[in-house]
Design a protein around this ligand. Structure first.
Ligand code: SF4
Length: 266
């Protein structure tokens, strides 16, 4: 996942996973003089939730001596997530949030001139995503979403998930042992997500049948090459509105924003 001369943009939300990832990468980076880290925090604009996380991210970056970029949905897309969600209810808040946050991190990473984006998805997140994709009948995404995502055409920055084999409990343990202060209050939209039900189901299985999460993760790792053989290759073209790579005339971000707001920055 890592090279000695990488400039890594680390997505730091202020939660235990991302602050742990930042701390671990900072330790590694110190041993490689040509490597650089930039922390990127996205303020989605979630009332009563994001401000504390942004503060914790800022304090950790200061303590670790890491350059920190903060971008917001309002600045990039003209509206906060709360405003977008109150305008339209076609999709779940997490659907808007996920797509827009990915774009925001990509914009910030490019501004920082990073060559890679590291996100703090842990084993639990990865297995939840696999099951979500199965529940949605999206076999293509199971094949495509890997711990290291490389765009052969070079239009997207490489994305890596260094914690993808670490269970959430172990990440939390590391955060406590390293005395990392992280946000503990959950996002107010969390309860609306299907992912939440899947998380609870997986935790029940793991308790009764330890190793379930690893087994699911490993099974998909082994099956992925076979699955890829059945996936139709996607051809990318420029979004008619913002110019970002997409499979259709408009990218997901512009389709979403077209439904809710006129966006000032893209
Ligand atoms: Fe965004 Fe959903 Fe996560 Fe809240 S729970 S930060 S809305 S993805």
């Amino acid at each position: 996942m890592l090279r000695f001369d990488d400039h890594i943009a680390v997505a730091v939300s202020g939660g235990k996973d991302s602050l742990t990832l930042l701390r671990v990468l900072r330790k590694i980076e110190k041993r490689f003089p040509r490597a650089t880290l930039t922390a990127v925090t996205v303020d989605e604009g979630i009332d009563g939730y994001r401000a504390e996380a942004v503060r914790l991210a800022r304090e950790s970056c200061r303590e670790l001596g890491v350059n920190h970029l903060i971008v917001s949905f309002r600045e990039l897309f003209g509206q906060t997530l709360d405003e977008i969600v109150s305008l339209k209810k076609e999709l779940s808040p997490c659907s808007y949030c996920g797509v827009l946050r990915r774009r925001a991190i990509h914009i910030a990473a490019k501004e920082a001139k990073a060559n890679k984006i590291a996100t703090a998805h842990n084993l639990d997140d990865e297995v939840q995503t696999i099951l979500l994709n199965i529940f949605h009948g999206d076999a293509n995404r199971i094949a495509r979403v890997e711990p290291v995502l490389v765009d052969p055409a070079g239009r997207f920055l490489q994305r890596i998930k260094p914690l993808c084999e670490i269970p959430e409990k172990e990440v939390a343990l590391y955060a406590y042992l390293s005395r990392t202060e992280f946000q503990t209050c959950p996002c107010p939209y969390l309860g609306t997500a299907l992912r939440n039900d899947i998380r609870e189901m997986l935790n029940r299985f793991e308790e009764r049948h330890p190793g379930t999460k690893f087994t699911i993760f490993r099974s998909v790792e082994r099956l992925r090459d076979s699955l890829k053989a059945f996936v139709t290759p996607v051809e990318l073209r420029d979004c008619l509105r913002c110019g970002e790579p997409t499979t259709g005339p408009l990218c997901e971000v512009c389709k979403m924003l077209g439904r809710v707001v006129d966006c000032p920055r893209i």
